[in-house]
Each structure stands twice: as structure tokens, then as C-alpha cells.
Design a protein around this ligand. Sequence first.
Ligand code: 1GP
Length: 252
Amino acid sequence: MQKIYQSILERVKKRQRSLALLIDPDKFKSSAALENAVRSDVDYIFVGGSLLSTGSLQQCVEIIKKATSTPLILFPGSTDQIDPHADGILFLSLISGRNPDNLIGKHVVSAPILKKTSLEIIPTGYMLIEGGNTTSVAYMSNTLPIPNNKTDIAVCTAMAGEMLGLKLIYMDTGSGALNHVPLSMIKNVKKNIDVPLIVGGGIKTPEQAYTVCNAGADIIVIGTVTEQTPEIIGEIASAVHQNSSHTIDLNE
Ligand code: 1GP
């Protein structure tokens, strides 16, 4: 039973935009972001990072599960970021890149581990978009992000991902990116796919969250800004949920 994915589909059907909070176990030093998330109606919590050096994924998952029943979804940067106590996992194919390890190699390694868990596995086409600086994910994945003015490449990549059977498309400029994914790119990708669209990276204000949703993102992901200013989570959640009643004009 694909409970999380079904909830995403239902929210998309009702035109409800969703907010996901990304928690990087390395940066999870205080629970301020988590406390704000619990208070602020965050819809999903993602946990993971491009590189874990000091933090403990297991400890992080345990603390979050104790604090909230919000669906906890692993967003793994590597095959060792699997914890059976989470609710689900984005099974990521880095389709914007040409690194075979991120297209199939790591999946082969993690498949037998995942098979032994009851994690909901959500096949996700992950697309890295150039966001104004070199992010950890671009460096660690050894892939080239799609240039932010190459909307046609982004659209064709997303369409191919959907045709391959991936259930979500996640466009990301990477954690700590200077810029979020361009609005015109979001609009064009959204127009050309039917699966839900996640957009993350470089979203720092409620206004940006609103416009990114308005451009066509079904779920937006925020991380870095919440590590610096945890109290902004409530304002961003309001902006995202306020957008839910708004009818998106994809022809704008
Ligand atoms: C990164 O999309 C997430 O994968 C969140 O990015 O940390 O820049 O908010 P930020």
C-alpha cells in the first residue's frame, strides 16, 4: 500500500500545495527547526544529505518519529542512508546526470537492504539544475547540473523520467543554492508531465515559496533557511498552503 504516494496524489488532485522540510543529520544540532515544523503544519519531513560526516541518521529519525507523526521520508545521498524506522524513501535516479552509479549502480546495492524493510519506496526522477553556485550534491554525485536556461533539456529529461515509470520528478538546485529553479523552467516541466513535481534548493522566503508553487511545484522543499531561521517555517507553510486555493495558469 503506497500510503505516502497516495496522499501526494490526493493533495495534487485537490490542488493542495505541500511543504517538505529537509533535515540534514549533520546539521541537526538543535531541535528548533523540528519544533517549528511540528507547530507549523509541515506536510512531509525529508531526512538525508549529500555527505554525512558527524550526524547520525538513526538518531535523527528516532527523534523526529518521537516528535511528530508527519510522514518521514528518507532523501538519501548514499546507500548507507537507509533507516527502517522512517516511513518511506525517495528511490532516486539522478536523471539529469550521466553517472551510471546514480542511475542504477546504487539501486542494485540498496535493493536487498530495502527489500527487508517496510519502507514505502517512491521511485523519483531527481534533476539537478544549475543554481548559481557549486553545491555538495553536484560535487558528490560527479554530475553536471542542467544549465538554468536550458528549459528544453529539463522538459525532455522530466518527460523521459515519467516515461520510464518514475512516480515523482524532483527538480533541485541543491542545498544552499544561491537561486531556486527558474519559474519558467518549473512551468514548462509541469505542463509536460502528469506525475507530481517537487522543487527544492535556494528557496529562502515565503514570497519565493509562493511563486515557486504558483509556477507549478506540487511540493516545495526547504532546508538551509530553516537551519538559520527556524521560525520562518510557519510563514513559508502559510505561503505554500495559501497557494492551494489559487488556480495555476500554466499558460501565463
Ligand atoms: C536540497 O531541495 C533541498 O536538496 C533544499 O535546499 O537547503 O537550499 O533549502 P535548501
